[in-house]
Design a protein around this ligand. Structure first.
Ligand SMILES: C[S@@+](CC[C@H](N)C(=O)[O-])C[C@H]1O[C@@H](n2cnc3c(N)ncnc32)[C@H](O)[C@@H]1O
Length: 268
């Protein structure tokens, strides 16, 4: 049973320009099948017409932006505040229908009613002023436009295969993530309706040695809140278990909420 206390003091924001931009793309690379699976499940919650214009908000190194353009036609704007993350996207995730822009969720550099969808993939919890962000997203979406907010929610933190090696990660993530009700409260206060709360299965992908190699890039923001000693100790135990063939494979899940802006009122 894990401990349920919150760490003290509160978590400092993660500066993606410090370290993560150098390692994120390699550390968080997803197999093409995993990206395709996400596109298929997102398609179930977006209009069927094509093309759809989209914003990948908090696009990071552009892990999803090109796939969004391929799946939905685009154009897609990847909006990202960290210069280093954006530079990695421009260098390694270029696509003819994707434009990467400097910006943040609280001040999106796009005109009113210019997008059919916004994807926030693991970026919501980094946003300082979430209500301002939700209002901005409502502004840039067309009537009936959709926000797909992929996050972790405090009451159901996924039990990743590496969790047991870094036990304090449970507490850190409980402090890091809001409950689903808190997220919905903020987004609905900006005028959105909630359409669906979705759980996707994430199979255990690739061989374990490769997953260990990826994890060692430490491209998980939870690790930014741990001490060097905790991390070293956890990775030493991982190495020992890897050598002994004792790492337990665990499929996990990814949660997202789908929100919609109001449709245009019918003309009487
Ligand atoms: C965990 S990364 C996710 C990147 C990308 N969506 C992905 O899944 O690969 C979180 C990203 O959110 C960005 N971010 C931080 N504050 C933000 C804000 N206020 N508005 C938009 N993005 C923000 C970070 O710079 C970082 O690139």
């Amino acid at each position: 049973m894990e401990a349920h206390t919150s760490p003290d003091p509160p978590l400092a924001p993660v500066d993606y320009d410090k370290v993560q931009h150098q390692t994120y793309a390699r550390g968080r690379v997803l197999p093409a099948e995993a990206i395709a699976r996400y596109m298929a499940v997102f398609a179930e919650h977006l209009p069927e017409r094509r093309p759809l214009a989209g914003i990948d908000l908090g696009s990071g190194t552009g892990r999803f932006s090109p796939a969004l353009a391929d799946a939905f036609g685009g154009p897609v704007w990847g909006v990202e505040p960290a210069d280093g993350m954006r530079a990695a996207a421009v260098a390694d995730a270029a696509h003819p229908h994707v434009t990467y822009l400097a910006g943040r969720a609280e001040a999106i550099p796009r005109p009113d009613a210019s997008a059919d969808f916004v994807l926030m993939f693991l970026s919501w919890h980094h946003v300082a002023d979430k209500l301002a962000a939700a209002r901005e997203i409502a502004r840039v979406l067309r009537p009936g436009g959709r926000l797909i907010l992929r996050s972790t929610f405090q009451e159901r933190i996924p039990d990743h295969w590496w969790r047991g090696y870094f036990p304090r990660s449970w507490d850190i993530e409980r402090a890091m993530f809001q409950t689903e009700a808190e997220v919905r409260g903020i987004v609905e206060a900006a005028g959105f309706g909630t359409v669906a709360s979705v759980r996707t299965e994430v199979p255990f992908e690739g061989d374990i040695a490769n997953l260990v190699e990826r994890l060692k890039h430490r491209a998980v923001s939870t690790f930014e809140h741990m001490t060097e000693e905790e991390l070293r100790e956890g990775f030493d135990r991982i190495d020992a278990d890897l050598a002994a063939g004792a790492i337990v494979e665990k499929p996990t899940f990814g949660d997202f909420i789908v929100f919609e802006t109001p449709q245009e009122p019918a003309i009487a």
